[in-house]
Design a protein around this ligand. Structure first.
Ligand SMILES: Nc1ncnc2c1ncn2[C@@H]1O[C@H](COP(=O)(O)OP(=O)(O)OP(=O)(O)O)[C@@H](O)[C@H]1O
Ligand SMILES: [Mg+2]
Length: 300
């Protein structure tokens, strides 16, 4: 079988537990992401989502295991992987505009200064930042504005892989909706692959092809891969009317509410930990005629 675009193989991360011992965040985590896929990951605070993302970004070394992108092992950061961090990490001494042009210059060194500025302004406008505000430094921006600069910076570089760690957390509902739509538009037009952490179940269903569900830590597992069987283009107001919406949503809520805890803390015993694929499709089951079989409850 050909390897997926992004291949996470037996990833284990341990940290000192602060008490002289070690704490295993996750063990032998193994999963793949196909080119062009939009994958969201959901799990409770502290389960290891950002840790996985930092490893995918090449910013942290796992204790063991490898990550391969396009067949090459990920080691160190690269312009092919664009990151929006949970705390947006902008360069504090540069203006919003320069924070964006900085990356574009590195990615497209042959472009003229004007082209680079225009491209940066285009992406800043896309996230609703226009006019004088682009010349302000991060300390002079609100939290939501900083987060938007960080999003513009990642998108403007057209990376093959976008890694987004709760990118919309600091945004008000209206801006959040606009940027979600922009993200879907850019993603639809490009070959980009997206791996996104979010705490927002509805956001994950709106955006993702697949949602990975993580159990609680320590010894967390990427336990399930839930397919979002709702066709695109999706519209935030209409999506809730799709017959698969609430069955999928209920499955996710149930996982986060109960099974994330029940399945937690199991050692891998050296075995690869693959997520189980969950496909919930009321339309298919309804078409099959007769009674609708109960939704599959995994592990039960
Ligand atoms: N550099 C580090 N040294 C020691 N422990 C760490 C380090 N980084 C993360 N951890 C621990 O690893 C676990 C996972 O952390 P991580 O930041 O990946 O969680 P998360 O799932 O992103 O949580 P949240 O949703 O709150 O952002 C936590 O218990 C955290 O304390
Ligand atoms: Mg995190």
């Amino acid at each position: 079988m050909p390897k997926p675009f992004l291949s996470i193989e037996q990833l284990t991360q341990q940290f000192p537990d602060g008490n002289g011992g070690t704490m295993t965040v996750f063990e032998n985590a193994t999963f793949g992401i196909e080119k062009g896929e939009f994958v969201c990951i959901l799990g409770h605070s502290g389960c290891g989502k950002s840790t996985i993302m930092n490893i995918l970004a090449g910013l942290a070394e796992p204790t063991s295991g490898v990550v391969k992108m396009d067949g090459f092992e990920v080691s160190g950061p690269s312009l092919d992987r664009g990151v929006v961090f949970q705390n947006y990490s902008l360069l504090p001494w540069l203006s919003a505009l320069k924070n964006v042009t900085f990356g574009i210059k590195a990615r497209y060194p042959l472009n003229s200064k004007q082209e680079i500025t225009d491209q940066a302004l285009e992406y800043l406008a896309m996230v609703g930042l226009e006019g004088d505000v682009v010349h302000r430094k991060p300390s002079q921006l609100s939290g939501g504005m900083r987060q938007r600069v960080s999003i513009a910076r990642a998108f403007a570089n057209h990376p093959k892989l976008l890694l987004l760690d709760e990118p919309f957390g600091a945004l008000d509902a209206l801006t959040r909706g606009t940027i979600q739509d922009e993200l879907l538009k850019i993603w639809g037009q490009t070959e980009q692959t997206v791996f996104m952490i979010t705490h927002d179940i509805d956001e994950a269903i709106l955006l993702a092809d697949r949602i990975l569900l993580m159990t609680n830590g320590p010894l967390a597992r990427v336990a399930e891969s839930v397919e979002i069987t709702i066709p695109r283009p999706r519209n935030r107001t209409e999506i809730v009317d799709h017959p698969n919406y609430y069955p999928i949503r209920n499955h996710l809520v149930q996982f986060l509410g109960h099974r994330s805890k029940e399945l937690a803390g199991q050692p891998s015993n050296g075995e690869m930990q693959h997520p189980e694929t969950v496909r919930i499709d009321k339309i298919k089951t309804d078409e099959a005629g007769g009674e609708t079989p109960p939704l599959r409850s995994v592990g039960g």
